[in-house]
Design a protein around this ligand. Structure first.
Ligand code: NTF
Length: 827
């Protein structure tokens, strides 16, 4: 039995929910109850993990009434709901965020103290759910936070990977990946709902039948099924009584189906499909920006999309809902191409299951979807081979073909005789193999298509989808990314938050533009001193952590120069490395006196996709340079390099508030937006950056004087490429660059081994696809400007304060307002 077992109108049926008192006594009591009844231990016998789990469940209790109330209110109101479909959610730790949302930090801390427990130890016990690779997954987490804070009905749909992004370690300076078993010590933040399981089918073939009305219809006869089991997570708004839901799907085997195959005698096949099933949500693909066309990945995508649409249409809408009005109740936001298979899935549901005719179904579908593109790299645009797609989802392939046929008719009508255009725009590519271009499918079906920063949206229109923007100019729009100030300022930087709140009040947390009110205080020497003290305290906190976490001993006074993001050639960690080597080379060659170097500590954080060979070579080289530089007395106290392993959200929350300088140095035209850049600016780091992604908007807002711009613009990059780029010529012509590369190539950093540095060095000299050498002189010059500004603490802190004051635009609350205005209600 899975239905209700008592009368819905019983006086106890609709609450109120029994909630512990929001006092220290109330908290202690609830905590001990969780420890005793939830964990089954006495306080005196409990481990740190018992205590952490009990604490988490205690905090949950304070959110529960609001969660249930929000759900009931949403069911009542029948408002339009955003179904945010994302294959990744890089959530970060939940405990701190949820204590913040409930305003219980102080109560909880005191309650733990009274129980003889240091809450800090419990905080460190939490393993963050790393269900994403980088910016794209973290953006999804920021968006659901903002939607809850703004009380917008939203269900975040995704995959509950059993293993998230791998844990990175270094062995002899090389990246080694370890499995991220984030669930192994218990997961107190999730609620499994087996009664809401969904069946998802795969494989098989289609048949054509004629229905009662004499209409030909296609029928899908799949050959294997899996179950999708939803796990619900609370997404609390910021102290507003709202708790939205994140619904992540986990794959299970369907025993009934296995038995069927088993009975037919094919035991091996029965076992295979069982293993198959559980594999689907086993592990997050660790490729950031470079998807591999792997079958399991397509299974993952279809799995969560099918579960989610089924869940919304069959379990969330009222049973008698008129699906012709679906666009009034549902908007599906596609977070990149990963969930684009939802488009033919909705068509299949409407046509095959609900009996709509094609045109009506297509009209409904087109009004439900919107697509966000997050890249400009051609290799990041997903394509699925027709062969694979047809094998796994034969009915969906048929639907895609028909969508494409009708779309191409439309193109022919708009551009008669232009068959080249028709071929260019086809959702089906013919070369190098027949495949489905998911970005094109999303653009054809989506009511709106957006990029994630102004420059990116422009390039998306002009370079990635030019034919489409010509055909449907009004479809294209921009929504610049944002980050949640709750996690990345209030939670991560309590000291800065206190200073800001003492100065302008607390309204900024949900109205980040109010940071503007800090501007006049940039001229106040006392405020600047307080601001510097915040940085110094944050650095102290970071260095203490890095000593324990990584055994690093870093000088306290130096400028903290930070480059954290996925390791990718286009992001140009090598350019940063060349800068470090050039500073070091200056001193060891005697060109520069050590005391003329501005003391700097450079911190890297970066994971490389396990199969991305060059990225791993770059990691090795950074580590090798770090070892050598840190051990050389000639630069002691002047230059240090740290590369703590396993950069993740938890580490970001400690690193970003401590940073002085933020490195955003991608080749212009490659970084769609960047969101780390926003987090640094909001925490009072200055940016050294190219004219790329959201850097453009950051610079415009904070002002040229408060931003260190360098490097080619996107058109200049194009021109240089057109002229023929020869990096070796630059090496020949520029003595500083030559000395820098020569030192790297000499084996100085690798115990004399020239062989191991060759992959990176040769690549720079002979390919340098991302033109690090071309921007090197400009980068050094900009870094010299950084040094000059840093030499005067008042100049620097004035600039840093203005960065904070003028970055309110980068709140994800603003991004959500833009989505609401330009996409979710604009139809
Ligand atoms: C990333 N895209 C971009 O590379 C970042 O610039 C951007 O800030 C984030 O998305 C969020 O929009 C991807 O990870 C992917 F997968 F699209 F390539």
């Amino acid at each position: 039995r899975i239905g209700p077992s008592f009368k819905a109108n019983h006086p106890l049926a609709s609450g109120p929910v029994v909630q512990p008192a929001p006092t220290v006594d109330g908290f202690v009591e609830a905590f001990l109850a969780e420890l005793n009844y939830g964990q089954g231990v006495l306080l005196s016998q409990s481990t740190v993990n018992d205590q952490y789990l009990a604490l988490a469940r205690t905090v949950r209790r304070y959110l529960m009434a609001d969660w249930l109330e929000t759900g009931a209110r949403r069911r009542q109101a029948q408002q339009k709901t955003v179904a945010y479909l994302s294959a990744e959610y890089l959530l970060g730790r939940q405990l701190g965020n949820n204590l913040l949302a409930t305003n219980l930090q102080d109560v909880a801390e005191e309650a733990m103290r009274r129980s003889g427990i240091d809450i800090a130890a419990l905080r460190s016990q939490e393993v963050e759910p790393g269900l994403g690779n980088g910016g794209l997954g973290r953006l999804a987490a920021c968006f659901v936070d903002s939607l809850a804070t703004m009380d917008v009905p939203c269900i975040g749909y995704g995959i509950r990977y059993e293993y998230g992004i791998f844990r990175q370690t270094f062995v002899e300076d090389r990246q080694v990946e370890l499995p991220d078993s984030w669930l192994s010590l218990g997961s107190p933040w999730e609620f499994p709902h087996p009664e809401r399981q969904v069946i998802v089918s795969f494989g098989g073939h289609t048949e054509t039948t004629t229905d009662d009305a004499g209409v030909e219809r296609s029928r899908w006869i799949p050959d294997w099924n899996v179950l999708g089991m939803p796990y619900h997570y609370m997404v609390p708004g910021f102290r507003n009584g709202v708790v939205n839901t994140l619904r992540l799907w986990s794959a299970r085997a369907t025993h009934a189906f296995d038995l069927q195959i088993f009975n037919s005698g094919d035991y091996a096949q029965a076992v295979r499909s069982q293993t198959f099933a559980e594999n689907i949500s086993k592990v997050l693909y660790p490729e950031d920006s470079t998807p591999q066309g792997k079958e399991l990945r397509l299974q993952q995508q279809y799995f969560f999309v099918a579960c989610s649409l089924h869940d919304f249409i069959d379990n969330t809408l009222p049973a008698d809902y008129d699906l012709r009005r679906l666009p009034e109740r549902l908007v599906v936001q596609l977070n990149d191409t990963h969930p684009v298979i939802a488009i033919p899935e909705l068509m299949r549901i409407l046509v095959d299951r609900k009996g709509f005719d094609w045109d009506e179904a297509w009209d409904i579908t087109k009004r439900c979807f919107a697509y966000t593109c997050h890249t400009l790299l051609p290799e990041a645009l997903e394509v699925w081979s027709v062969d694979l797609l047809g094998r796994l989802l034969p009915r969906h392939l048929e639907i895609i073909y028909r969508i494409n046929e009708e779309f191409l008719d439309e193109v022919r009508e708009a551009f008669p005789g232009d068959e080249m255009r028709v071929r260019r725009m086809s959702v089906i590519a013919e070369h190098p193999e027949r495949s489905v271009r998911m970005a094109y499918l999303a653009t054809v079906a989506g009511a709106k298509v957006n990029g994630v920063a102004e420059l990116h949206s422009q390039l998306l229109r002009d370079k990635v989808l030019p034919d489409f923007s010509q055909l449907w100019p009004e479809k294209f729009t921009n929504v610049t990314n944002g980050v949640t100030p709750r996690r990345f300022v209030l939670l991560a930087n309590r000291r800065l938050s206190d200073l800001v709140t003492d100065t302008i009040g607390e309204g900024w947390v949900t109205d980040l533009d109010r940071l503007r009110e800090l501007e006049p205080h940039a001229e106040d020497p006392e405020f600047r001193a307080a601001f510097r003290q915040v940085k110094a305290d944050n650095k102290e906190r970071l260095y203490k952590l890095l000593r324990v976490r990584d055994g690093l001993d870093l000088p306290r006074e130096a400028m903290l120069d930070v480059m954290v993001k996925r390791l990718h050639e286009y992001k140009r960690q090598t350019l940063k490395l060349l800068h470090i080597v050039s500073l070091y080379e200056g001193v060891v060659s005697g060109r520069v006196a050590p005391e003329d170097l501005t003391p700097r500590t450079v911190v890297f954080g970066a994971k490389a996709a396990p199969g991305y060979h060059m990225a791993k070579e770059i990691i090795f080289l950074i580590n090798a340079v770090a070892d050598t530089v840190n051990a050389d007395p000639r630069v002691a106290g002047r230059l240090s390099v740290a590369f703590p392993a396993n950069y993740n959200v938890t580490l970001a929350e400690k690193l970003i508030p401590a940073a002085d300088l933020s490195e955003q140095i991608s080749l212009a035209g490659k970084e769609a937006s960047g969101t780390g850049n926003m987090k640094f600016a909001l925490n009072g780091a200055l940016t050294i950056g190219t004219d790329d992604g959201a850097n453009v908007e950051i610079r415009r807002l904070v002002g040229d004087d408060n931003f260190f711009l360098f490097g080619m613009t996107e058109p200049e990059v194009e021109t240089l490429r057109g002229e023929g780029y020869v990096p070796a010529d630059l090496y020949e012509q520029d003595p500083v660059l030559r000395a820098t590369i020569d030192l790297l190539a000499s084996g100085h950093f690798t115990g004399g081994d020239r062989q191991v540095v060759a992959p990176v060095v040769d690549n720079l000299l002979h390919q340098d696809a991302f033109m690090a050498l071309a921007d090197f002189p400009a980068y050094l010059e900009a870094q010299a400007r950084v040094d000059a500004a840093y030499a005067d603490p008042d100049t620097w802190s004035r600039m840093a304060i203005l960065n904070v004051a003028r970055s309110g635009f980068f709140s994800s609350d603003r991004s959500m307002r833009d989505y609401l205005e330009r996409i979710w209600t604009a139809r």
